[in-house]
Design a protein around this ligand. Structure first.
Ligand SMILES: C[S@@+](CC[C@H](N)C(=O)[O-])C[C@H]1O[C@@H](n2cnc3c(N)ncnc32)[C@H](O)[C@@H]1O
Length: 239
């Protein structure tokens, strides 16, 4: 094996941890109960996003306890399985059941960009749910209504509290895939589910929302710092 030259930093190998070896007991659910609300193309995009979520969890220093729930319809979809052929070997809790049958309802918090409640912190006893839905926000308020009909808590990420975004624009977080976009609707910012997951991973690592948001938004998207503390993010029109 090649040894580094004197003075050259030793490259750290990416450590891949299994959930069972993680010190994190934080449970995160991706709710896959939206099969009928997506086109075939959107389902494929969701499959890729699940792959991104899985991969960022595996590369996290302390992976979350990650659940994919209501999987029964989606994993019988042939195209879905073709998009992520190795899903069976993933270190994820695949559950056919709805999250209401798996956890205590008082522990559940549905994350949704439409909630008036702002997420302040991650509580290790709570279970945070992300909607496994790619819809370009065609179905406005769908996950908020789902949380309300289940009688569980809901919250949005503290984006507006930390980043200044223009309204009616798209916050593009393009890292080579068109699925990593967020759309800003007035004061509400609706992100793709992978981005929400990645922000939670980063927040768990640094315990700081601004740091977590900036880790996900590439620095080339930052135009300038305001006189206040909020970095302004370059926005682009939705293509
Ligand atoms: C593309 S969004 C789906 C938008 C959909 N119309 C809805 O009703 O939620 C995918 C998921 O990411 C999560 N999400 C998106 N933006 C969020 C935000 N600002 N705060 C918290 N969760 C968010 C929600 O769980 C949402 O279901």
């Amino acid at each position: 094996m090649a040894t580094p030259n004197p003075g050259e930093p030793v490259k750290k190998k990416n450590v891949i941890k299994r959930m069972a070896d993680s010190m994190s007991t934080q449970r995160i659910v991706i709710d896959l109960n939206y099969e009928n609300f997506m086109s075939e193309k959107e389902r494929m995009s969701l499959a890729k996003q699940l792959e991104f979520c899985y991969s960022s969890n595996r590369y996290s220093a302390q992976p979350f306890q990650l659940y994919f729930t209501s999987t029964v319809d989606i994993i019988v979809s042939e195209r879905f399985v073709q998009t992520i052929p190795y899903w069976r070997s993933w270190d994820v809790f695949w559950k056919n059941e709805n999250f209401m049958h798996l956890f205590k309802s008082e522990d559940l918090v549905y994350l949704t960009g439409d909630s008036p409640n702002i997420l302040i912190d991650l509580d290790p006893k709570s279970v945070y749910i992300i909607g496994g839905l790619v819809d370009h926000n065609r179905h406005k308020g769908l996950t908020l209504r789902r949380a309300e009909s289940c009688g569980i808590r809901h919250a949005c990420l503290p984006i507006a509290e930390h980043l200044k975004l223009s309204s009616s624009k798209v916050l593009t977080v393009d890292q080579g895939t068109s699925c990593m976009k967020g759309e800003s609707f007035g004061l509400k910012t609706v992100l793709y589910c992978f981005l929400v997951f990645k922000i939670l991973v980063e927040f768990q690592n640094c315990n700081d929302w601004l740091g977590a948001l900036l880790a996900v938004v590439p620095s080339r998207k930052l135009l300038r710092l305001n006189s206040g503390d909020h970095p302004t993010v370059e926005t682009e029109k939705l293509a």
